[in-house]
Design a binder for this molecule. Structure first.
Ligand code: BMA
Length: 317
């Protein structure tokens, strides 16, 4: 672990950052950011990128690369467009996908934000190949976002993390379902810390949870409102494998935040917003794909072992 201003550095930015920008797109695009990520069965890295057009509406577009860094092959047309005619909750676009491969279904489940008059809500779509999609529609009504499914059932139920807005604030919840359509058993998982903390004002899940031998590792974004606008940074926490609502450890400080020029400046400056990761062949390296300043897609790499070690030193239950 290298150090920066006396703090250990857990994630290292790739030298090619930003990896993808609107200038790479094969059709008109204003910005590309907040991509879901997965590794396909043949080893290809697939990013499902949020693409915003000049109306201000977003759709999703797949970019594929053999090494997850360069040589991206981008779909010639939007891969998943909003379909407000059949799904009115998608009137103003679809955003911020998180991808989970579910062995039991043999399918990838994409949780995304569907944006409409009622506000942002959580929708699900299933796919085997990122070419054809089967929508489940809206599963969490507005205002709710930052959702991802766990890769397997917990006690017989599918489990979804999400971030409803409630009178008490923007906290992370978990809900359970027998069939991906009916949801209940809602439990509060992680709260915004309030006061002077870096994650005082809002928290939300960033990429899907990472399953480790010690528990579910969560990377979450914490928002601090300042006189100059919001700061979006990343924190880490660990939850029990058999009872994911039980927090084992939560780190005190943020571990990654906007510092590079492409993270500081853009449509929404001072935002680092990961929606996906892939794991290296060693089972320890984590490649985190994040939206930078709501304008481009960047990569930072870390080690799960180091993240857990850091939590032991800097975390509390
Ligand atoms: C959040 C989400 C993200 C976005 C971020 C910063 O609320 O809407 O899509 O990247 O704000 O604008």
């Amino acid at each position: 672990m290298t150090a920066e201003r006396g703090y250990g550095q857990l994630f290292h930015r790739h030298g090619n950052n930003p990896l993808l920008t609107a200038a790479d797109w094969p059709y008109p695009a204003h910005t590309v950011f907040n991509a879901g990520a997965t590794r396909l069965h043949d080893g290809t890295t697939l990013l499902l990128c949020r693409v915003e057009d000049r109306r201000g509406h977003s759709h999703l577009c797949a970019a594929r690369s053999a090494n997850g860094v360069d040589g991206w092959v981008i779909d010639r047309e939007p891969t998943l467009r909003a379909d407000p005619e059949h799904y009115p909750e998608e009137l103003w676009g679809i955003e911020d996908p998180r991808i989970t491969f579910v062995e039991e279904l043999g399918k990838y489940v994409i949780a995304y934000t569907a944006f409409s008059r009622g506000g942002p809500g959580v929708a699900l779509a299933l796919t085997e190949d990122f070419r054809r999609f089967e929508r489940c529609g809206l599963i969490m009504q507005p205002d709710d976002k930052d959702a991802a499914l766990l890769p397997r059932r917990i006690d017989g139920s599918f489990a979804l993390l999400h971030r409803p807005m409630t009178d008490s604030g923007a906290h992370i919840w978990i809900s359970f379902s027998p069939d991906l359509r009916n949801w209940g058993g809602h439990k509060l998982l992680l709260q915004a810390r309030k006061g002077g903390w870096w994650d005082a004002n809002k928290v939300g899940l960033s990429p899907p949870l990472v399953e480790t031998s010690r528990g579910w590792l969560m990377l979450y974004h914490g928002v601090r409102q300042t006189a100059a606008g919001c700061l979006y940074r990343l924190g880490v926490a660990l939850f029990a494998l058999d009872r994911p609502e039980r927090c084992l450890l939560r780190g005190d400080s943020w571990i990654f935040g906007p510092e590079a020029p492409y993270e500081r400046e853009g449509d929404v400056g001072n935002v680092t917003f990961p929606c996906g990761y892939t794991l290296g062949a060693d089972g320890d390296t984590i490649n985190l794909y994040y939206g930078a300043a709501d304008t481009s897609i960047a990569l930072a790499t870390g080690s799960i072992r180091e993240l857990l070690h850091w939590l032991d030193e800097h975390g509390e239950a």
